[in-house]
Structures are given as structure tokens and as C-alpha cells.
Design a protein around this ligand. Structure first.
Ligand SMILES: [Zn+2]
Ligand SMILES: [Zn+2]
Length: 350
């Protein structure tokens, strides 16, 4: 039996560990991916510091949900990719056959719905199921996107940060007109991509809100026309500069930022909340704008992933990364935790 080293969450509330596990075998329709690079995400920090009971899943599992690599083996009937071709893996699993999947909304696959908690299941690669911080990961072939000539270490952050933000932007694109205004709250790993997509794909004026001044500098470099430091004055400052926002994308999802979104959105405007934080805010007459829509935007579809890879291949988006070795994943976690990263932390695996 062949073994490989995997970086695993073994127990809630304990630091992840390097563990030798069996190399997985691809089943029918599945592909064995030799990992090249995995991005590290803020949700990995939540996962590795959370006590038992916060997430509806159980360790042990291998971390890593922004995974890119090369096709190393193929299960029965998995003929879509040549051996050795570069691929990007979606972290989410979907059935491809339910009503949601067939309509192209595989991020809301009916098989992942839990009607009693109002949440989707958390069993994704790297969160509950084995992810890509290992030498190999198994992925159904329909959940892989071809990278062509795009380098896996550049593509890895697209598999969550780049695609989740793209999906959030796509939900409001059709509503944006010349002169429309959009506020991006949280200009970090996801928000920085949203600013780029809005500038690239819409005629809207884009502003950014963040707590950290260096992130606002970055937001302006990416095309935000105005930026606002997050404090108790922010709503008043934005309303003084603009007559409200046609859309607000809140990547923080805290009570404070949701309240800000509710305060600055125009009548018939859109609030999009991709950040899953379990914070809530009153939504109704008297507190929210008339005609306003709120969208709890979850993850991304396979089509989104394919489209962001295309934008990256055409060199139309900026992807800033900082590389760390597989032996020093802890250093990447520390840099992320301490806000020291200048781009997405990406672990080089081979
Ligand atoms: Zn993530
Ligand atoms: Zn489905």
C-alpha cells in the first residue's frame, strides 16, 4: 500500500498535523490529481481554531480547498482529461442531475440542502472531506476545470477566492447600468477579486470599505474609485459622497457590515452576502430600502470556475500570491492570521 503525507485536522481545537495516509484510488468517473499547489483561506483559520460543535462535520480530514495539479490517474469511464494535464478542482461536490444542477446552479445542489438548518452541507473537499494539502487528491472529473497553459500555482486561489467573488458579482451584473454604484465591503482575499470583476465586466462605479488602510490602497490599485475606512462614520461618509448604492457586496457579513449595507443601499438595490458568518440583521419595512433584494450568495458554480480560469488565461485579472513550502504550512497560517500577506498564501506541493 502506497503512503503519502497529508496535512490534516485530526481533532477540533488542535493544530493540524502531518500524517501519513494511504494514497487514494479514483473510483468510476473520478480522477487522481497529483497536487501542485493549494491556496490557504480565511475559512481554514476558522476550521483550525474552532471548538467542537461549530461546524456540522467531524475530523479527521485533510485540509486544502483551493486545489490545482495534474491528472495522475483516471477511474473507470473518466476519459475527459489526458494524463498529465493541468487541472483546477472545485471544492464543492454536486450531483449534476438534480433540478438545481441542471439549471446551472450546482452551488445549490439539492443533495447538499438541509431544510431544517437552512444551511447547505459542509462536506466539501478540504472541509469535512479530504482536501488537497497532500500529495494526491481524488476529484470527480466533472468537478475539474482544464487549466491549459495556466500554471497551477497561479490558478489555485481561483478555486475559492476568485470564483466565490465572481459568483457574487454575477448575481448583480444584469442590474448594473452606466452610472450605477457598487460598494465592496471587505477588500481582502475575495473582495479584491470582486473589485476587478466589477471593473472588467460592468460600467459601475466601484467603492471599497475595509478596516485596514493597506487593503484600501490595494483596492484603489485594482480600480476602486473611492475607498472608505470602516468606522462609525462610514455610512454617513458614503451617503454624503453618493446618493446610496445600487448594490453592496458584503464579504465580511458581520452585524456591523450588514447594518452598513442595509443603511447605504438604495431603494430597488441589491445586497449580496457571500461571507458565511451566521451574523444577522433585521430585514424589513422601516429598516431596509423598499424594493431591495438580499442574496445569501453561496460559493460558485462550475461555470463560474471555468469563466474565471478563462479570464486568468487571458491575463485579464491580477492574481497576487505568496508561496510557502509544504513543510511550512504553519508559516502560511501565521502570516494569514497576522494580516501580513501581500496576496493569497499558496502552498507549493511538488
Ligand atoms: Zn475558502
Ligand atoms: Zn445536484
Amino acid at each position: 500500500m502506497a503512503l503519502m503525507t497529508a496535512y490534516r485536522l485530526v481533532e477540533w481545537g488542535h493544530s493540524p498535523e502531518y500524517v501519513d495516509v494511504e494514497v487514494p484510488k479514483p473510483g468510476p468517473g473520478e480522477v487522481l490529481v497529483k497536487m501542485a499547489a493549494a491556496g490557504i483561506c480565511g475559512s481554514d483559520l476558522h476550521l483550525t481554531s474552532a471548538p467542537k460543535g461549530v461546524f456540522p462535520i467531524d475530523p479527521p480530514f485533510t485540509l486544502g480547498h483551493e486545489n490545482a495539479g495534474w491528472v495522475a490517474d483516471r477511474g473507470l469511464g473518466a476519459t475527459r482529461f489526458e494524463l498529465g494535464s493541468a487541472v483546477l478542482a472545485s471544492s464543492a461536490t454536486s450531483c449534476g442531475q438534480c433540478e438545481q444542477c441542471l439549471e446551472g446552479w450546482d452551488n445549490y445542489c439539492w443533495h447538499t440542502v438541509n431544510m431544517s438548518t437552512r444551511m447547505m452541507s459542509m462536506r466539501v473537499r478540504g472541509i469535512g472531506n479530504d482536501g488537497g494539502l497532500a500529495e494526491y487528491v481524488v476529484v470527480p472529473e466533472r468537478e475539474l476545470v482544464p487549466l491549459g497553459t495556466l500554471a497551477p500555482e497561479r490558478a489555485a486561489p481561483l478555486a475559492d477566492a476568485g470564483a466565490t467573488s465572481y459568483h457574487a458579482v454575477r448575481t448583480i451584473l444584469a442590474a448594473l447600468r452606466p452610472g450605477s454604484t457598487v460598494a465592496v465591503i471587505g477588500a481582502g482575499g475575495l473582495g479584491s477579486y470582486a473589485i476587478q470583476y466589477l471593473r472588467l465586466l460592468s460600467p459601475a462605479h466601484v467603492i471599497a470599505v475595509d478596516k485596514l488602510p493597506h487593503r484600501l490602497d490595494y483596492a484603489r490599485a485594482l480600480g476602486a474609485e473611492k475607498t472608505f475606512l470602516s468606522n462609525e462614520q462610514t455610512a454617513a461618509d458614503i451617503l454624503a459622497a453618493y446618493e446610496g448604492m445600487h448594490a453592496v457586496i458584503d464579504f465580511c457579513g458581520s452585524e456591523e457590515t450588514l447594518t452598513l449595507a442595509n443603511t447605504i443601499v438604495r431603494p430597488r438595490g441589491h445586497i449580496v452576502v457571500p461571507g458565511i458568518t451566521f451574523s444577522t440583521v433585521p430585514f424589513g419595512w422601516g429598516t431596509s430600502a423598499a424594493g431591495c433584494q438580499m442574496n445569501l450568495s453561496l460559493g460558485f458554480t462550475l461555470q463560474d470556475l471555468n469563466e474565471v480560469v478563462r479570464l486568468a488565461r487571458e491575463d485579464r485579472i491580477r492574481i497576487d500570491t505568496e508561496a510557502f513550502s509544504f513543510q511550512h504550512i504553519d508559516a502560511a497560517f501565521n502570516a494569514l492570521r497576522e494580516g501580513r500577506l501581500k496576496g493569497r498564501a499558496v502552498i507549493s506541493i511538488s
